[in-house]
Design a protein. Structure first.
Ligand code: ATP
Length: 235
């Protein structure tokens, strides 16, 4: 299965933010979208997920163009979003958060799906009955990913996974993501932590000013001056 974003433009009201974005991803690979603050990375993900309706372009997934479809059509066809800021339901327990996520996509085998997600994050099993609002930031990020996983996606779209987390914690979360990719999941991530993005992904795209400037393997990207200037902050 393949995600193919073609000439995607997304804006807010009359303001055009993202213009002519082309990117692609196969399941089983992790790809990062990097670039400075305000480059339009989150807006690109919103357009792909249908949270902001694209003004033009295609979001082709497994051959079907979802660009003009409602956001839920992605969830039902195997794309799940892990949003920036986690957005777990604080007053619900860990288990309830996961159950709500399964029900949101009309999923069956609720217990088995929750068990499989908890196998990826054993810490969540220990915290199953605890209110999500009382979890640490790292545990909330694990829960946000687990909530996407119980929808049994083939593609995970992850926005700013490491934000606000200590290195030892995001390394743990990153290790789980690495396992998901090696088991065949596709991952598209926006990540401000360059080292983490480069260590998890095989390819990437550099975005600036609402456009993709270049794309390539992370090895190729690490040699690009533009990446160093715009993303790593080199002078
Ligand atoms: P960051 O890393 O800072 O989140 P980003 O690359 O993800 O940056 P976006 O969040 O996509 O960038 O923002 C791109 C531009 O769109 C910014 O100039 C931002 O001010 C603008 N923008 C974002 N959200 C909205 C909105 N809801 N309404 C209007 N403009 C917005």
């Amino acid at each position: 299965m393949r995600l193919e974003v073609e000439n995607l433009s997304v804006g807010y009201g009359d303001v055009s933010v993202v213009r002519g974005v082309d990117l692609h991803l196969e399941v089983g690979e992790a790809v990062c979208l990097v670039g400075p603050n305000g480059a339009g990375k989150t807006t690109t993900l919103r357009g792909i997920m249908g949270l902001t309706k694209p003004t033009s372009g295609a979001v082709r997934w497994d051959g079907t163009d979802h660009a003009s479809k409602a956001a839920w059509s992605r969830a039902h066809s195997g794309i799940a979003l892990v949003p920036e800021g986690r957005h777990v339901f604080g007053p619900l327990t860990v288990g309830e958060n996961l159950e709500v996520a399964v029900r949101a996509v009309g999923g069956k085998r609720i217990g088995a799906r929750i068990d499989a997600a908890m196998d990826r994050f054993p810490r969540l099993r220990e915290r199953r009955g605890q209110l999500a609002g009382l979890l640490s930031g790292g545990e909330q990020q694990m829960l946000a990913i687990a909530r996407a996983l119980v929808q049994e996606p083939r593609l995970l779209v992850i926005d700013e996974m490491s934000l606000g987390l200590a290195p030892v914690i995001y390394e743990q979360v990153g290790e789980a993501v690495r396992g998901l990719v090696s088991d065949g999941l596709g991952v598209l991530m926006v990540e401000q932590n360059a080292a983490l993005a480069m260590s998890l992904c095989s390819r990437g795209y550099l975005m600036s000013g609402g456009e993709i400037l270049l794309g390539g393997t992370v090895e190729e990207m690490s040699h690009e001056d533009a990446v160093a200037h715009l993303y790593f902050g080199a002078v």
